[in-house]
Ligand binder design. Structure first.
Ligand SMILES: Nc1ncnc2c1ncn2[C@@H]1O[C@H](COP(=O)(O)OP(=O)(O)OP(=O)(O)O)[C@@H](O)[C@H]1O
Ligand SMILES: [Mg+2]
Length: 488
């Protein structure tokens, strides 16, 4: 059996059996004696020193390397001779002006008695590895800088839910000083149990479905609950195996508060608009009634008195008689005007005969006032609560006013339909220039906005669509009976 002793002997023979093996090594190998003379050196090592093995054997290592490396090597070699122990060093050296990272292992070759006879140096150029490590570290530093400056919480977990990496914001959120402090922990170590349970379940579902999940969820930060929007994504390798999960969360507490505020303000505005609308309607009814009753009454009296005067006037006073009859005609016209104003304010037909009849009246009235041909189609009996009916009627009036003012139409049709779902649809279509999308959405299109708001208050919708040169259609859809939140 070969001993270490033989090995040293063999390596010191250029053509010993082990020489061939050492030649195959991907590392540089040399053997030195106590005087640091080269006993053996493989071709790879010799080449790096700029020679051939046979030229170098017998020379001192310090003469080959020159100071300061020769001295440094000498220190290590002598340490091995002294202690009999392996020395491992990783050093950075410049060899022929090329920076190198060298992993050097100096191994004692001991004789049977234990004394060190020679030292084998196994030297590996690890420059490529070190450079790759440095590049990786640099990349990691960039990534870390990016993540740590990210205002969101970012994390990466393995399949078992252990944190592999988190950013500074995440560490802060769970009360740790440094991101590294969280690595290796699980959700249960950093969050209250109930939340951790929830996060773990989310991770499971993300890994099972392999799909991103977007959730809004509470996170406790310094024992205050804040709302976060979180995106969780499975991490897959190239073969599609799940490696873990990654995610990021952004604080939406403030946004939610503003949304809530906005919603509340909108609700208030709606309620206010509804209130103003109903007050306006009541006012119209009151004024309409007052005009009708008071003025109508007075005019009727005037008319009767004029008839009386007419009868009392002497026949020969033709001039006075003519005045009286002109006055009577004026009073009759005024009665008509009063009726018109009163019914424009609030058509009594709406209260007396309902929405269908009121629409027919409206169409007729519109056609006679504007000269625009107006077709109307309403179901025979529309049963809708009075206030709802009034709102629909007002929306129709607004749509017709727009036709008269803006459309330049020669024809308009009003269609009222009730479908099986007890939903009422009102369609007002004209053949005018056609409203543009820009006009529909202009912030100062308050008439249209009012229509949409009124429809929304009844739990319905109002849509306006135009086609250039062909006309405009207003479609209002509202349920016949109101849900509690959709009171007019
Ligand atoms: N039937 C229509 N055909 C063509 N354009 C229309 C029609 N209806 C509305 N428009 C356009 O849409 C705009 C907005 O209409 P909206 O009813 O909101 O306001 P308005 O009629 O101008 O003023 P108001 O507040 O008095 O109703 C109008 O100014 C007009 O340009
Ligand atoms: Mg208008």
């Amino acid at each position: 059996m070969a001993t270490i002793h033989d090995l040293a002997d063999d390596l010191s023979q250029p053509d010993g059996p082990l020489t061939a093996v050492v030649e195959m090594f991907p590392d540089m190998v040399f053997v030195v004696d106590r005087e640091e003379r080269i006993l053996h050196i493989n071709t790879l090592a010799a080449r790096s020193l700029g020679g051939k093995p046979e030229q170098l054997i017998g020379r001192k290592q310090s003469t080959l390397f020159g100071p300061p490396w020769g001295e440094r090597h000498s220190r290590f070699i002598q340490k091995v001779f002294r202690t009999g122990e392996i020395v491992v060093t990783e050093t950075h050296q410049e060899l022929h002006d090329t920076p190198l990272w060298i992993d050097a292992r100096l191994v004692p070759l001991k004789a049977a008695g234990g004394e060190v006879r020679a030292v084998v140096g196994i030297i590996r150029d690890v420059s490529a590895r070190v450079r790759a490590q440095e590049a990786l570290a640099e990349r990691e530093a960039y990534l870390r800088a990016m993540l740590d400056n990210f205002p969101f919480l970012v994390w990466l977990k393995d399949v078992k839910g252990r944190f592999l990496a988190v950013n500074q914001a995440f560490a802060r959120a769970c009360g740790r000083a440094r991101a590294g402090d969280v690595v290796g922990l699980t959700d249960f170590d950093v969050w209250p149990r109930e939340l951790a349970q929830r996060y773990v379940e989310d991770d499971r579902s993300v890994m099972a479905t392999r799909e991103q999940k977007d959730v809004e969820e509470p996170i406790f930060i310094q024992s205050a609950s804040r709302w976060f929007e979180t995106f969780k994504t499975p991490v897959l390798d190239q073969r599609g195996n799940v490696l873990g999960t990654t995610g990021f969360s952004r604080d939406i507490t403030e946004r939610q508060r503003l949304d809530e505020q906005l919603r509340a303000q909108r609700e208030q505005l709606r309620a206010l608009a509804a209130h103003v609308e109903s007050v306006r309607e009541e006012e119209r009814v009151r004024i309409s009634r007052e005009i009708h009753d008071e003025l109508g009454q007075a005019l009727t009296c005037m008319s009767m008195d004029l008839a009386f005067l007419d009868r009392q006037l002497p026949k020969e006073n033709a001039q006075a008689a003519a005045r009286v009859s002109a006055l009577a005609a004026l009073v009759r016209d005024t009665v008509k005007t009063v009726r018109r104003i009163s019914s424009e304010l609030r058509p009594s037909i709406l209260d007396d005969l309902g929405l269908g009849a009121a629409m027919e009246w409206l169409a007729h009235d519109f056609a006679s006032r504007t000269g625009i041909d107006c077709a109307v189609s309403v179901p025979s009996n529309v049963s809708i609560a009075a206030e709802r009916g009034t709102v629909v009627f007002r929306m129709c009036q607004e749509a017709l006013t727009n036709v008269a003012r803006h459309a330049g139409a020669s024809h308009v049709s009003i269609d009222l339909m009730i479908d099986e779902d007890d939903c009422l649809t009102l369609e007002v279509s004209d053949n005018g220039r056609g409203i543009t999308d820009e006009e529909v959405h202009r912030p100062d299109s308050l008439g249209l906005l009012g229509m949409r708001e009124r429809a929304a208050l009844l739990g319905g919708t109002a849509e306006v669509k135009g086609t250039a040169g062909q006309g405009t259609t207003v479609t209002v859809r509202v349920p016949l009976t109101g849900s509690p939140e959709a009171k007019p």
